[in-house]
Design a protein around this ligand. Structure first.
Ligand SMILES: NC(=O)C1=CN([C@@H]2O[C@H](COP(=O)(O)OP(=O)(O)OC[C@H]3O[C@@H](n4cnc5c(N)ncnc54)[C@H](O)[C@@H]3O)[C@@H](O)[C@H]2O)[C@@H](O)CC1
Ligand SMILES: Nc1ncnc2c1ncn2[C@@H]1O[C@H](COP(=O)(O)OP(=O)(O)OP(=O)(O)O)[C@@H](O)[C@H]1O
Ligand SMILES: [Mg+2]
Length: 329
């Protein structure tokens, strides 16, 4: 019997949705379908009418002597999800290493220069979003420069995803992003607890992940918070979305870096698409759901091939197939 490709695609989509929502009673498969549909709504179509740059020009702020992999993962994932140009702003020492990983990346060795804020600021008019923190390190001088870069980005209303050591900075100075609704924080378990402690004055039950995420977001003035973990819990202080899509049980480093790169692209897609396509959700919330789903799907697919030996590099070739499976069926 011949089976129509459309039918096969619909079955694959149903399987993904069942994996995604079977665990959480607060959502029905219908809700999940609707949320995936919202992500689909923000994806700019590939057409012959566009010029280079229109699908996204993303900047990654991070990369130092110790960490060169993290900014690479964030920058390459931005490109592979569909951005046209991906810039990395890193320290002088880290630049040749990051360049050597990929000819696709534009690498600026400026982050430890005395003029770092100005050097990054002059690129800001050409960027749609910044991802701040992967592989940044915690040196005071670098963090000071990143403070200036964040202020300059806010002044230009550029969306910022803050991850890793960028979250370390925010835990020291929450006022840096207080009330900036174009900021999305992507803490892992340890980073989330650190933020809770830094921002909330009253004790909070961190085992109630929805409640804690809501409260943290509210305390930061509705900055979107993506709490990564067995389930990803996403809140903008008003609503909570959970992503339960099956990933893998490999916890190798770098998966969060991929997520931050996806999110840098998707958040500007969502803001560009506008609130009318969001069915009452905020654009950063929908973008975060998309980035979490895609990371977990890549992890799932890579694990099916490589099992215990899966590393984050194995997830990169899965980005295209995972994206098609989730958002193009
Ligand atoms: N290949 C690379 O270059 C990678 C670099 N990374 C970078 O590494 C830097 C540090 O980020 P991490 O997420 O590793 O953060 P941390 O260096 O704070 O934590 C590393 C790990 O140590 C453990 N840990 C932390 N605090 C602990 C404590 N008090 N007691 C016991 N265990 C504790 C946790 O398992 C945690 O995930 C960031 O710049 C990040 O972007 C990571 O993104 C992973 C990949
Ligand atoms: N227990 C888990 N089960 C399934 N998926 C998980 C689990 N913990 C984290 N993840 C997924 O792994 C991805 C990265 O989250 P993680 O908490 O490892 O970030 P991270 O520590 O910042 O990573 P990185 O090493 O890049 O810094 C997210 O997509 C998250 O959904
Ligand atoms: Mg991380």
């Amino acid at each position: 019997m011949a089976v129509a490709p459309g039918w096969l695609a619909a079955q694959a989509c149903q399987r993904v949705l069942k994996r995604a929502f079977s665990l959480h009673k607060a959502h029905s498969i219908k809700d999940m379908e609707n949320t995936f549909q919202l992500v689909k709504n923000i994806i700019p179509p590939l057409t012959s009418k566009k010029h280079k740059g229109q699908a996204g020009r993303i900047g990654i702020v991070g990369g130092c002597q110790e960490y060169t992999g993290a900014p690479y993962f964030a920058a390459i994932s931005a490109l592979k999800v569909g951005a046209d140009l991906s810039h990395v702003f890193c320290t002088r020492e880290a630049a040749p290493v990051i360049k050597s990983y990929s000819p696709e990346l534009i690498v600026h060795p400026v982050l430890d220069s005395p003029d770092a804020v100005h050097e990054v600021e002059k690129w800001l008019p050409r960027l749609h979003a910044l991802v701040v923190g992967p592989g940044l390190g915690r040196e005071d001088a670098l963090l000071k420069n990143v403070e200036g870069i964040l202020e300059a980005s806010k002044a230009r209303a550029i969306p910022v995803v803050i991850d890793a050591d960028g979250l370390w900075l925010i835990a020291q100075q929450p006022t840096l992003i207080q009330g900036y609704r174009k900021a999305v924080l992507t803490p892992n378990h340890v980073e989330f607890l650190r933020l809770l402690e830094a921002v909330l004055t009253d004790p909070v039950d961190s085992s109630d992940r929805r409640g804690a995420g809501l409260r943290l977001s509210q305390a930061l003035g509705n900055v979107t918070v993506v709490q990564k973990g067995e389930q990803d819990v996403i809140s903008d202080g008003e609503q909570v979305l959970e992503c339960n899509l099956q990933g893998s049980n490999r916890r190798c480093g770098g998966q969060g870096d991929l997520l931050s790169g996806f999110l840098g692209v998707m958040v500007q897609w969502a803001l560009h698409a506008g609130p009318e396509k969001m069915n009452g959700f905020s654009p950063p919330l929908v973008a975060a759901f998309g980035a979490c789903s895609l990371t977990r799907q890549c992890s799932h697919q890579a694990f099916q091939k490589y099992g215990r030996s899966t590393t984050t590099s194995d997830m990169i070739p899965e980005i295209g197939p995972a994206f098609s499976r989730l958002f193009e069926t």
